[in-house]
Design a protein around this ligand. Structure first.
Ligand code: KE4
Length: 423
């Protein structure tokens, strides 16, 4: 028995499913979950001494690669003053000023502790600001596990095949309406049906929780126009795309201005940080400035802020990273497309810059229904081969591959060689 297997046997006795987040249980693949000892750069090491090229990157935060020295030093330095005070600190002001000075559509921002908390709070602000209750989300998009968003959600919900979640009363989802990603008609239909009661449309500007599904040409602009037409807010959930596609996220990459934006992952550099922000007139609705309540014991934690701010400063000062990530994405995902072309494999490869995935289906994947048509059994066999040949990808068809600045051409070539051997 491997140490991972032994740890998993112990874990399942004391932690539901043996993990603190469902996707880590490898539930939809046939491998026992790997327990990780450590990581550096683009490599991750399990407790049995196996090394892998890592394309999970902690689900996105590790855009610079694992164990970045500058970030580690910042955490150690900050921890010397204490871990948490429950009072305001200078680093929170620096973090807020840094982001607001550089992201044009953010006048004010509130730190929380996860992407879920950021989304939950942004939805409340949108409802408080507009005085309306309905929210439009998209099938296959995942916005964390707040009750109102656990409807046709992506990521772990989609992986587990649970269409929604137990324990979510109808009352929590009665105001959540589901549209079809890349289908503007399905969105306008809901606006018309809801008798002008839509507070907000929330969208992953690049779908990355049903596998990777890029926005069709005009889709994001269409959402912007519909929200303006029906006086609703457009919320970009940039928990994955924020500070990844460009320093200004997908909003900057596609040139679309959201009214509110949610962040997670990269903003904390691996520490538990989420955030939501937008125009001053909206954000001043948030307590104690306004009537929309939201709070958190560890929000803006000084250690987490030190980590996140260090990472954001590195990204800001070296913005060529976004060109490097774009080129690495082309090398990897175009490389897979080339292999499929040469071998007559008709599977799909969807990608946007450093995000991408292989869909085990012969049809184009443009939304939840077409993603769901993928053969998850074939995916599981592919996952198992990759893992046993030192390539660590997400243990689910409905997740993304993440490239970091630490991945070099050598690792990408090694990955392509492995994929070539498999197919
Ligand atoms: P967290 O609460 O997990 O920090 O963020 C929720 C969330 C919100 N919005 C988007 C677009 C997200 O992708 C996420 C979380 N992403 C998943 C990966 N697909 C986290 C991995 C996990 O659940 O363990």
């Amino acid at each position: 028995m491997t140490k991972s297997e032994e740890l998993f046997q112990r874990a399942v006795k004391r932690i539901p499913g043996g993990v603190n987040s469902p996707v880590r249980a490898y539930g939809s693949v046939t491998e026992p979950p790997r327990f990780i000892q450590g990581a550096v750069g683009c490599k991750i090491f399990d407790v049995d001494g196996n090394a892998y090229i890592d394309y999970i990157d902690s689900w996105g935060p590790m855009i610079l690669g694992h164990n970045n020295e500058q970030i580690k030093d910042a955490v150690i330095r900050a921890s010397e003053n204490g871990l948490s005070f429950g009072c305001a600190t200078e680093v929170e002001v620096e973090m807020a000023e840094f982001i607001c000075d550089k992201i044009p559509h953010i006048d004010m921002i509130r730190m929380v502790n996860s992407g879920t908390e950021a989304v939950m709070s942004a939805l409340r602000v949108a409802r408080g600001y507009t005085g309306k209750n309905k929210i439009i989300k998209f099938a296959g998009c995942y916005h964390g596990h707040t009750d109102a968003m656990l409807v046709s959600a992506g990521s772990g919900v989609m992986t587990s095949g649970v269409p929604d979640s137990a324990g979510v009363p109808k009352g929590c989802t009665q105001d959540t309406m589901i549209a079809v990603y890349n289908n503007l008609e399905s969105v306008e239909k809901l606006f018309v049906e809801s008798d002008n009661q839509v507070a907000a449309v929330i969208v992953e500007p690049v779908g990355a929780n049903m596998g990777v599904v890029p926005p069709a040409e005009g889709f994001l602009q269409g959402l912007r126009d519909l929200c303006d037409k029906y006086h609703a807010l457009l919320i970009f959930d940039e928990v994955i795309t924020g500070f990844r596609l460009s320093f200004c996220g997908a909003a900057g990459f596609y040139g679309i201005t959201p009214d509110l934006v949610t962040y997670g992952k990269i903003i904390g550099a691996g520490m538990p940080v989420g955030a939501y922000g937008g125009r001053k007139e909206i954000m001043e609705m948030v307590a104690p400035a306004g009537p929309v309540y939201q709070a958190g014991t560890l929000s803006g934690n000084p250690i987490a802020m030190a980590a996140g701010l260090t990472q954001l400063k590195i990204l800001w000062e070296d913005q060529d990273i976004y060109q490097r990530l774009y080129r690495k994405g082309e090398l990897l995902y175009d490389g897979i497309r080339k292999i499929f072309l040469e071998k007559g494999v008709n599977y799909q490869v969807n990608s946007v810059s450093s995000l991408g995935c292989v869909f085990f289906t012969e049809h184009e994947v443009v939304d939840y229904a077409s993603a769901k048509a993928s053969d998850t059994k074939e995916f599981s066999k592919y996952f198992q081969y990759m893992l046993n040949h030192g390539i660590h990808i997400a243990p689910s068809q409905f997740e993304a591959m993440f490239l970091s600045d630490a991945h070099t051409e050598a690792e990408i070539e090694e990955t392509l060689d492995c994929i070539n051997k498999y197919f």
